[in-house]
Design a protein around this ligand. Structure first.
Ligand code: G6P
Length: 611
């Protein structure tokens, strides 16, 4: 989604800003722009389309100067266009702002500002910020004017502003949309995502909600916007490095991330399984152990791929810990009147830790006194900071918009939680726990083995690349994996795909079956194997084409399906993790064969920071 970069220091701002924007490209955007202060002027360039286009535009302009802000916009209010692209300016063209988030009361504010004589040029909500700051600027510093302006604003913002009258100042503020300040040697950077600035500094300050920073090349000051008090913010160190956000020889980030899964799963397990003791060690759960003893049910809340992970979690937690689990879309949950209290554990799952709906659902759960626990990948993200207790995936940055390694890490963590709760509730014996955990430690090797079939799956993709519809079917805890397989395909190849519980197919989707509609069945040898075989036969009886994910050694299945992808055997509860991988590869190769940009699929954003 929208991205912000800012710079102030002794270097030329523009190349640093463009470099930062390029690193944010993965988040999804449709226009981009920069504004720079230098030589007593506020200069800017913006346009619809790619950053490379903006870079070309800038080549012919003299955008020199040591302070600047830049933005990638993902259209919400108003179409993608040069006028709607950020930065936005005040009437005097002295103040430039870039903004992420949504100003919910922008229409009311705009009306008042127009009455007061302000002239608007865009359809965006963000432009009101430039005019509001202009309104409060006379006799005030940029930081003071921005603070007054933000008091009028309802909604969310990550904001950066510069002003011609104060060329040595960069202002940044945050509420509900992430903003990180990079602290360099005699220079500062700001960004909505640390990956934009990590090549310049690993020392960062994460702004919290309702905080505003006045930044000069030689120092910074952060205030709380609610009471105007100064805050002494901790400078933290980013633990990952640039190599992790580069392609390292892979043709795309998505493929790199699919192939990183043996490592990312190993990272999720590291230090958390004590096989000999039959124990799971998770600091976040240990912290709330006493409260966990008292919970009577669990609600898992997430969006997109993380929601699918939650569905798998539901099966495994109910199976091992015998606790009732519900899984909710965050966007729905936040507008319900949920019946929750301290006896309910709410687990929020978010790779980015920034998804607006999930964040709002978390706030609602907290307001209703539920015990909350977060599963996030991005360290220091809004959800991670707000949730109180939780655990990180440690999967490393996920750049491809379609989530892959984060999904399998989420499944790994949810399975660990299930075992932890099972041990706590004494529904899992120590011997059982030892056996399960032994299998956990073998997971990275199984994924490596699965990845060896990449070439075969490519060949399969060649055969099916022209299909215009797909069905993905599975049962039990592999039903959500079918949903995820279908989501991957539609996200990156734009082929229509539906995931369904295999037996439910006969109540609707069976009408779609014909020789042109491939059905991908997850038909591994688990408790529902025989039932799934019956469902396969129902498809074959209607001339359907079946691709089956089957357990290694299952020769029989070859006789009834068209194509087989063999899966190494593992425990039922771990099979979704292994099964997800070939489905990622199938979607990936079909999309690449169709010529799609898999890392940046159309219309999608990596981190959805608006409702
Ligand atoms: C977006 C992404 C999806 C992701 C979803 C939830 O829609 O494109 O890949 O699954 O958001 O994101 P989160 O960061 O909360 O897991």
């Amino acid at each position: 989604m929208c991205g912000i970069v800012g710079y102030i220091g002794s270097k030329q701002a523009c190349p640093i800003l463009l470099d930062g924007l390029k690193r944010l490209e993965y988040r999804g955007y449709d226009s981009a722009g920069v504004a720079v202060l230098g030589e007593g002027k506020l200069k800017s360039a913006k346009q619809k389309g790619k950053i490379s286009g903006l870079a070309d535009l800038i080549k012919n302009q003299n955008l020199t100067g040591g302070a600047g802000i830049a933005h990638t916009r993902w259209a919400t209010h108003g179409e993608p266009s040069e006028l709607n692209a950020h930065p936005h300016f005040d009437c005097s063209q002295k103040i430039a702002v870039v903004h992420n988030g949504i100003i919910e009361n922008f229409q009311v504010l705009k009306k008042v500002l127009i009455k007061e004589g302000h002239k608007f040029v865009s359809q965006t909500d963000s432009e009101v910020l430039a005019h509001l700051i202009e309104k409060y600027k006379p006799g005030k510093t940029l930081a003071q004017a921005a603070a007054l302006a933000l008091k009028q604003v309802e909604g969310t913002y990550g904001l950066a502003a510069i002003c011609l009258d104060e060329p040595e100042v960069l202002v940044a503020a945050k509420k509900g949309s992430p903003l990180v300040i990079g602290v360099g040697q005699g220079e500062y950077l700001i960004a909505s995502d640390a990956s934009a600035i990590i090549s310049y500094t690993k020392h960062v300050i994460y702004l919290d909600d309702n905080e505003l920073a006045e930044i000069k090349a030689g120092g910074h000051q952060v205030i709380n916007l609610l009471d105007s008090r100064g805050i002494d913010k901790k400078v933290e160190e980013i633990t990952w490095d640039l190599a992790q956000i580069e392609k390292s020889g892979f043709e795309t980030f998505m493929l790199k991330e699919i192939f990183e899964q043996p490592q990312s799963i190993a990272n999720a397990l590291a230090g958390r399984i004590l096989v000999d003791q039959g124990r799971v060690k998770m600091g976040g759960l240990d912290e709330i152990e006493e409260k966990l003893n008292k919970i009577s049910r669990i609600i898992i809340i997430a969006c997109g791929t993380s929601w699918h992970a939650g569905l798998v979690g539901e099966f495994i937690i109910e199976d091992l810990a015998k606790l009732p689990v519900e899984v909710e879309y965050a966007s729905e949950f936040r507008y319900r009147k949920p019946v929750i209290d301290a006896s309910c554990l709410v687990i929020v799952i978010s790779q980015s830790g920034e998804t607006a709906d999930t964040l709002a659902a978390l706030e609602l759960a907290k307001a209703n006194k539920a015990l909350t626990f977060g599963i996030c990948n991005v360290v220091g993200s809004s959800i991670a900071r707000k949730v109180g207790t939780g655990c990180y995936l440690h999967a490393g940055p996920e750049i491809g918009v379609a989530s892959t390694k984060a999904f399998t890490s989420q499944l790994t963590i949810l399975s660990l939680i299930a075992v932890y709760l099972g041990i706590l509730k004494k529904t899992v014996s120590q011997d059982q726990a030892k056996e399960i955990l032994k299998n956990f430690s073998g997971l990275p090797k199984l994924i490596e083995k699965m990845l060896l079939q990449n070439d075969d799956i490519y060949k399969l993709a060649q055969k099916f690349r022209l299909a215009s519809n797909f069905l993905y079917l599975g049962r039990g805890l592999n039903y959500p994996v079918a949903l995820e397989g279908a989501l991957k395909l539609k996200e990156i190849s734009y082929i229509h795909a539906e995931g369904y519980p295999a037996a439910e197919m006969k109540h609707g989707p069976i009408a779609l079956i014909d020789k042109n509609m491939p059905a991908v069945f997850i038909a591994v040898k688990d408790g529902t194997y025989d039932k799934v075989i019956s469902n396969i036969l129902e498809v074959k009886a209607r001339n359907g084409v079946v691709i089956a994910l089957a357990t290694e050694g299952d020769e029989e299945i070859k006789k009834i399906v068209n194509e087989v992808i063999y899966i190494p055997e593992t425990l039922d509860i771990l099979s979704p993790i292994v099964n997800a991988v070939p489905l990622q590869l199938l979607a990936y190769h079909i999309a690449r064969l169709k010529g799609c940009d898999v890392d940046k699929p159309r219309n999608l954003a990596k981190s959805v920071t608006v409702e």
